[in-house]
Design a protein around this ligand. Structure first.
Ligand SMILES: Cc1cc2nc3c(=O)[nH]c(=O)nc-3n(C[C@H](O)[C@H](O)[C@H](O)COP(=O)(O)OP(=O)(O)OC[C@H]3O[C@@H](n4cnc5c(N)ncnc54)[C@H](O)[C@@H]3O)c2cc1C
Length: 301
């Protein structure tokens, strides 16, 4: 279950009590505030708080007194300029605080992004829920034969059933033992901080994650990308959908220059120029390595 009925009631109560404010608000983000967006089988992301909007970026860039400029087109042009030229500090003026429920193995990848503030649910203090990520059938795939860091063909039939059964039974057995090890009536039991250590990496954890927009874009660039593991990519995509509504101008610039754009090396630009001049360039004559050539051809081939 993504959120329990009690948790949903708390979210509904928060959304029912609007308060007037003098601060800048983003109508798109207000629509997301507090709501849980389901991700994977039991996870979610939800915006708990945010600061700033597109105008805040413009305001900071100009160090102005008012709210951005009077013309949206001016704001858009400036934001695109800032993004294009890696003038990143104005984007740091916007912040977002998310509540995320995610499997522990996804959290391990996520926590590598150091430029955020994190507070995680304590397995020393609380008993973890019996909730495990079990991949949907279409995500239950074999090791890729071409990419060491990826998955290949989807498992089918008896093999899919065998793997699913192992995933489910191992998780439940480990949780049964976790429960039986904890302090209970009539037993001394083991401390929660120790009993948790045999739980599998697909158990769910939760955290509050606060990050500024510049570093969030960096996270999204890496984790909403096709090369990222599916299980973290779906979280990045859910966050991206909120960011799009929060700061539509900044997000459009990010999509264009970062997600949609490519960085060219000096050698690659030279190859491009030779090609435009009509020369037939091969990997051997390009000066690019095989890997570089493959990536170059994927864009320009
Ligand atoms: C597809 C993919 C595969 C990956 N595979 C692996 C892997 O096999 N093994 C592995 O260990 N990791 C792996 N990673 C993690 C990766 O190496 C980064 O740790 C992760 O993406 C976080 O990026 P970051 O450090 O740029 O982000 P952040 O920690 O948010 O940092 C953002 C930027 O701030 C600056 N910064 C932050 N902290 C410091 C610091 N202490 N010193 C200097 N500059 C700093 C850097 O410029 C950095 O780029 C992988 C990531 C991806 C996306």
């Amino acid at each position: 279950m993504t959120v329990t009925p009690e948790q949903q009631a708390e979210i509904d109560a928060l959304r029912a009590q609007a308060q007037p404010t003098l601060r800048a608000t983003s109508p798109g983000m207000e629509a997301h505030l507090y709501r849980a967006h389901p991700v994977l089988d039991h996870g979610f992301i939800r915006v708990v708080d945010y600061m700033g909007d597109d105008s805040a970026i413009v305001q900071a860039a100009r160090v102005s007194y008012g709210a951005g400029t009077k013309h949206v087109s001016n704001d858009e042009g400036l934001i695109r300029y800032l993004m294009r030229h890696w003038h990143s500090t104005p984007f740091e003026m916007c912040e977002v605080k998310l509540h995320v429920k995610l499997p522990v193995f996804v959290a391990r990848q996520w926590i590598r992004h150091r430029t955020a503030n994190v507070n995680e649910y304590s397995g020393r203090y609380s008993i973890l829920d019996r909730e495990f990520y079990i991949p949907a059938p279409e995500q239950l795939a074999a090791q890729s034969t071409v990419n060491n860091q990826g998955r290949g063909a989807v498992l089918e039939g008896a093999e899919a059933a065998r793997v699913l059964d192992l995933l489910k039974s191992d998780a439940n057995r480990a949780y049964d033992h976790y429960e039986s090890m904890l302090s209970q009536d009539g037993q001394q039991g083991l401390a929660r901080e120790l009993a948790r250590m045999n739980l599998p990496a697909n158990i769910y954890t939760q955290w509050y994650w606060k990050v500024d927009l510049h570093n969030l874009f960096h996270f999204l660039r890496l984790r909403a990308d096709a090369h990222a593991q599916y299980e973290i990519r779906v979280y990045a995509e859910a966050i991206a959908a909120c960011v799009k509504d929060w700061v539509p101008l900044a997000f459009a610039a990010f999509e264009d220059y970062r997600m949609g754009g490519v960085t060219l090396s000096g050698k690659a630009i030279a190859v491009l120029k030779r090609r435009l001049a009509g020369e037939v360039v091969t990997q051997e004559t390009s000066g690019l390595s095989k890997g570089e050539w493959r990536e170059f051809e994927a864009v320009w081939g």
